[in-house]
Design a protein around this ligand. Structure first.
Ligand code: GDP
Length: 497
């Protein structure tokens, strides 16, 4: 299915006591979608309202904490930002901090000048102060929209919603309800009765009841989907929030919820019938698309191989794991169904192999024995996680033997999405980065991948290089390159010596 327009996701920011909560409460009370009126409201971290037939989704945990947590994980749900400034108080430290966030995020935003019901307040004073911080509003040399409103009386709140709806229309936020599911966790808790509860906003695809999910290494199945008015839902479309019950653990804020199984089922169907692949009923870990998240951006040369002993709970899963390991980079010394044994440890020690235990709880006795013999046992419950980890270990083995000279480093500050493609918004910290350079994608000291740049943009202009202190947008040939905010792109060349 093609991309379709979706509701915008709006975040409210500003200084403490400037009226963010009051504004969110007012909007919610005044504008709950008609079909949902009468429901018992519950806090799920976001809510949706309708204004003149258009849906708007508000994140209702104002402030920066949630925003920062999400950014740390490279998650980005916000489409539009409302900067609230109280007319009686003006620009304050957290207003300035919010301005910094807004500038860095590059998102469309508007300024709500609040508390205009109070006596003796001058909205123009706020506008002049904003200009000092490079926010040029209409009438003050720029085109940033301002709405003078009162969250208390509701004056001009409609105008705010209308402006947000227009901004959303102009920006054309789109997603594909039939794409693989991507939903971002905005809040998560452990509920006494219901177990782990996660509030999410769907970014792409459709979240459905009974879907099998993974969130990082947590699995689950959607047992219950609820909206902020306690309505039970069957399906949630992009741009909308919902609360999920059914995950096995509490996922971190900012993590991405994905669907398990659909791609996998298709893959199985497409493969020769009768092949010994996982039977979904048989294996608690399956089905997973083992390719879903991999960075396979590197070529294997005549490098050292990773030697493994693989143990899994069922034959089908074992086969899937084996089939997805590259024989050029991994040597499977032994594999089998069932518990890790003393013989496995002996073999591993003799051959300098690692042991992979998939969906097996390794007894302490065996663990201790492995430790004493310097053998590594790694347990996994999710196939893609296993494969991802192995790729990282292979990369580590592949650490260059020839000298590399670093010629430039850029930090990923933001991640954008355009036409289904992820764009890394970077700032060059040192040296220079050219489009044709060899690159490492690094997180901390670890090289995650050796990506190849597909395009380099500055604004709308296609460029060939970026020098220190400059910012630009990069896309990569590997569309699934798993970069996050904070990662480093290192351009290097191989030294001849
Ligand atoms: P937050 O910290 O930004 O979430 O601010 P709150 O929404 O908690 O508001 C702080 C205080 O300002 C509360 O006492 C509100 O009642 C008050 N307040 C919020 N909006 C308005 C407004 O438009 N007019 C007036 N007079 N008071 C407001």
């Amino acid at each position: 299915m093609a991309q379709q327009l979706r509701p915008p996701v709006i975040t409210i920011m500003g200084h403490v006591d400037h009226g963010k909560t009051t504004l969110l409460d007012y909007i919610r009370k005044a504008k709950v979608a008609a079909r949902e009126a009468g429901g018992i409201t519950q806090h799920i971290g976001a809510y949706q309202v309708e204004h003149q037939g258009k849906k708007l989704t508000f994140i209702d945990t104002p402030g920066h904490a949630a925003f920062n947590k999400m950014r740390e994980r490279g998650a980005d749900v916000t489409d539009l930002i409302v900067l609230v400034v109280a007319a009686n108080d003006g620009v304050k430290p957290q207003t300035i901090e919010s301005i910094r966030h807004i500038k860095r995020s590059n998102k469309p935003f508007l300024v709500a000048i609040n508390k205009i019901d109070m006596e003796g307040v001058y909205p123009d004073m706020v506008k002049a102060q904003l200009a000092e911080h490079d926010i040029l509003v209409q009438g003050y040399g720029g085109d940033v929209e301002t709405i003078e409103l009162s969250a208390k009386t509701g004056k001009n709140v409609d105008k705010l919603l209308e402006t947000l709806a227009v901004m959303a229309e102009l920006a054309e936020f789109k997603a594909d309800p039939e794409a693989p599911l991507e939903a971002i966790v905005i809040e998560a808790t452990l509920d006494n009765k219901r177990g782990p509860v996660a509030s999410v906003i769907v970014k792409n695809g459709t979240l459905k009841v009974r879907q099998d999910l993974t969130v990082e290494d947590i699995e689950g199945r959607v047992r219950q989907l609820t909206d902020e008015n306690s309505n039970q839902l069957q399906a949630v479309l992009p741009g909308s929030p919902a609360e999920i019950v059914g995950l096995k653990k509490v996922p971190p804020v900012g993590s991405m919820v994905k669907e398990v199984g659909r791609d996998y089922a298709e893959k199985v169907e497409n493969e020769a019938a009768g092949s010994e692949l996982v039977d979904a009923d048989q294996s608690p870990a399956a089905p997973v698309d083992p390719f879903a998240d991999l960075d396979v951006d590197f070529a294997f040369g005549d490098k050292e191989k990773l030697t493994l002993i693989i143990k899994a709970d069922v034959e089908g899963t074992l086969e899937v794991i084996k089939q997805n390991l590259d024989p050029d980079s991994v040597e499977i010394l032994a594999s089998g169904v069932g518990q890790v044994t003393e013989q496995d440890i002996e073999l591993a020690q003799a051959s300098d192999a690692r042991i992979i235990a998939f969906h097996i709880k390794v007894p302490t006795k065996i663990r201790d024995l492995a430790k004493q013999n310097g053998v590594k046992i790694k347990e996994y419950d999710v196939i893609y996680k296993l494969i991802e980890d192995l790729q990282k270990q292979i990369l580590r083995l592949m650490e260059p033997t020839i000298d590399e000279v670093v010629i430039g480093e850029a930090e990923i500050l933001q991640i954008f999405e355009m036409k289904g493609e992820r764009i890394a918004g970077v700032r060059v910290k040192t040296g220079e980065i050219k489009r044709s350079d060899l690159m490492h994608l690094k997180r901390g000291d670890e090289i995650l991948a050796n990506p190849v740049i597909k395009s380099m943009m500055h604004g709308k202009e296609e460029i060939q290089s970026l020098k220190a202190k400059n910012e630009g947008g990069l896309t990569f040939k590997n569309k699934k390159l798993n970069f996050q905010v904070g990662d480093i792109l290192q351009a290097y060349k191989e030294s001849d010596e």
